[in-house]
Write a protein that binds this ligand. Structure first.
Ligand SMILES: N[C@@H](CCC(=O)N[C@@H](CS)C(=O)NCC(=O)O)C(=O)O
Length: 225
């Protein structure tokens, strides 16, 4: 159980978020990677209204931030890579394997996430707006194209680079989860199976359970805010 209040690794996370985004907040990526490599961590919880000085840690006022007494960083791509570098579990030692994993982390963040987030914005934040209704079919088609590319690459492989689970899979699986409110991923059976394989990993389950437990614990405060 890597959550440990005395751990030297600290990540930031929200105390509570509304139900539609519970399980999607990106500190999940850091938690999952930490669980995979077996490193203890503690969580510094933040309210929706962050203290102004948080901007000195995260210039975009977002979660998560990571610190371990040696480095203090933000951006999940950097955080998960750093965690990956602590052992061989998530990041192969050989240059080719290592950079293949890193490339998939960038691809998840750069080539897939923006297309899927477009849909999330339209569906959750601009619901009912006329422009959003007009934009949605095109946004969905673009998201589907990105998913098709990943699905084609994946083929019948277990993970993006074959039999070895890497930081690239941590990032890609958490990105695919963003459109869980649609049937898009299910439209690609191999991608759907890949997503479910990722979510079935014990480390993922622990990370998700811990994130959700925090929201549950602070539900009354969140609902009242
Ligand atoms: N590119 C950043 C994105 C971080 C991000 O968007 N965090 C969200 C939660 S998932 C957040 O803190 N949102 C609050 C806000 O933007 O005000 C990363 O991957 O770390």
């Amino acid at each position: 159980m890597p959550i440990n209040p005395n751990a030297s690794i600290e990540i930031t996370a929200f105390r509570w978020v509304p139900e539609p985004v519970q399980g999607l907040v990106r500190d999940l990526r850091a938690r999952w990677a930490l669980e995979e490599v077996g490193l203890d961590y503690r969580v510094r919880l933040l309210d929706q209204q962050r203290p102004p000085e948080y901007l000195l840690e995260q210039p975009f006022d977002q979660v998560p931030c990571f610190s371990d007494g040696k480095v203090r960083i933000f951006e999940t791509g950097a955080i998960v890579q750093y965690i990956g570098e602590q052992s061989e579990v998530l990041l192969p030692r050989d240059a080719q394997g290592r950079y293949r994993a890193i490339q998939w982390s960038y691809a998840a963040l750069n080539s897939v996430e923006p297309a899927l987030l477009n849909l999330v914005l339209i569906d959750f934040f601009y619901t009912g707006e006329e422009w959003a209704k007009l934009r949605r079919p095109g946004a969905e088609e673009f998201a589907r194209l990105k998913l098709r590319r990943v699905s084609d690459w994946l083929g019948d492989k277990q993970w993006l680079e074959g039999g070895r689970f890497t930081i690239g899979d941590v990032m890609m699986v958490t990105v695919l989860r963003f459109v869980r409110h649609t049937g898009l991923v299910a439209g690609f059976p191999n991608l759907d199976a890949y997503l479910k394989r990722g979510e079935a990993r014990p480390a993922f389950k622990r990370a998700l359970a811990d994130q959700l437990a925090t929201y549950k614990q602070h539900e009354a405060e969140g609902a009242a805010a």
